[in-house]
Design a binder for this molecule. Structure first.
Ligand SMILES: [Zn+2]
Length: 343
């Protein structure tokens, strides 16, 4: 079967389109014919270094994916051939302390598609039945694939971690990023007032068109001053953040007393000054988050279908154009997902 193979680390020369045998039965009891995948920053990380992520080369790339069930080995799964599905990207052990209490996203031996095991950028993938969910009927395969990482991550940050309420104001840092854009769409549909930042006026215009109530260009203006002006000096209830050092001090000053900051990344650095006095005196909650559970994924899929949410797709590439797709993601010009049509 055709596959995008990671054969080494360093750059696009280590990524090539090749042939691989059909996935072995020990990778799960559902065989899915992949129709579409979307790219994530971690695909660039795997290509460039992959350090700290246990994997065996060559490995098939791709974390997000959607497709059609080709074969189900176990009828008890309730799944059937021909069903249109979207994949949950984390394969957990099912028996550690965290899996047993329903927090499999904390599993001590979880393996992610395209990171620790073969991923979605291939004609076929085999996964456990617990990773296979019916595709929302309102979405095409590319849109559905986009839900796997960014939208699930944003869902857990907003609704599980921050427990955001419809009357609250949410500040979303770096709206050009995939999780941040997902958070904007979800928070808006949940009824929240949204403030977004970016260093790119074009991306801010796109965010405003998607319903952002207030846009802040943090290259030309001060986040804290803008937030204070937009909230009558009060600050926001919740901050959704993955930039880290470059904005952390502004984030701490933008949140209301008792407010919540949820972080899922640190693209500009992960060791900002902690400013602990501000954290405890103002009783700010700082919550770490990454991806989400299968249960949260199920809730997200139902919400997306009912609310009519469509993930934003920036560009669609064919499997043969994987280098161009990775380059486009790396350039950082995108607003929305860079997608790969597999079929
Ligand atoms: Zn586990």
């Amino acid at each position: 079967m055709k596959s995008v193979l990671l054969t080494g680390h360093g750059g696009n020369e280590t990524v090539r389109l090749g042939e691989r045998p059909m996935p072995p039965a020990d990778q799960g009891n559902v065989l899915v014919r992949v129709k579409a995948a979307t790219l994530n920053r971690v695909d660039l990380y795997m290509r460039n270094s992959g350090a700290g992520i246990t994997h065996t080369l060559p490995q098939i790339m791709g974390v997000d994916g959607a497709g059609v069930i080709e074969q189900v080995d176990d009828a008890r799964t309730g799944l059937k051939a021909g069903q249109e599905v979207v994949l949950y990207p984390l394969v957990s052990c099912g028996h550690c302390e965290f899996c047993r209490r329903g927090e499999s996203v904390l599993c001590t031996s979880a393996r992610t598609l395209g990171e620790h095991r073969d991923g979605t950028l291939a004609d076929y993938i085999r996964v456990p039945a617990g990773n296979v969910f019916p595709k929302p009927a309102t979405l095409d395969f590319t849109e559905a694939a986009a839900l796997g990482v960014n939208y699930l991550t944003a869902w857990r940050m907003l609704f599980t971690k921050a427990r955001v309420q419809p009357w609250e104001t949410v500040l979303i840092i770096g709206v050009g990023g995939g999780v941040s854009l997902a958070a904007l769409q979800l928070a808006r549909l949940a009824g929240c007032r949204t403030l977004v930042t970016s260093r790119d006026d074009g991306k801010l215009r796109r965010a405003a068109a998607l319903g952002a109530d207030h846009t802040i260009n943090d290259a030309t203006s001060d986040i804290v001053a803008e937030v204070k002006a937009a909230t009558g000096g009060r600050g926001v209830d919740v901050v959704i953040e993955n930039v880290g050092t470059a904005v952390w001090s502004s984030v701490l000053k933008s949140v209301v007393r008792g407010g919540r900051i949820v972080t899922c990344g640190a693209t500009s650095g992960d060791q900002p000054p902690a400013d602990l006095r501000r954290v405890f005196i103002r009783q700010i909650q700082i919550l770490g988050s990454t991806l989400g559970t299968p249960d949260e994924f199920r809730h997200l899929l139902g919400f997306v279908e009912r609310a009519g949410l469509h993930p934003v797709i920036h560009a669609r590439y064919g499997l043969a154009d994987i280098h161009a797709a990775l380059d486009e993601l790396e350039a950082g010009r995108q607003f929305g997902k860079v997608a790969v049509q597999v079929d």
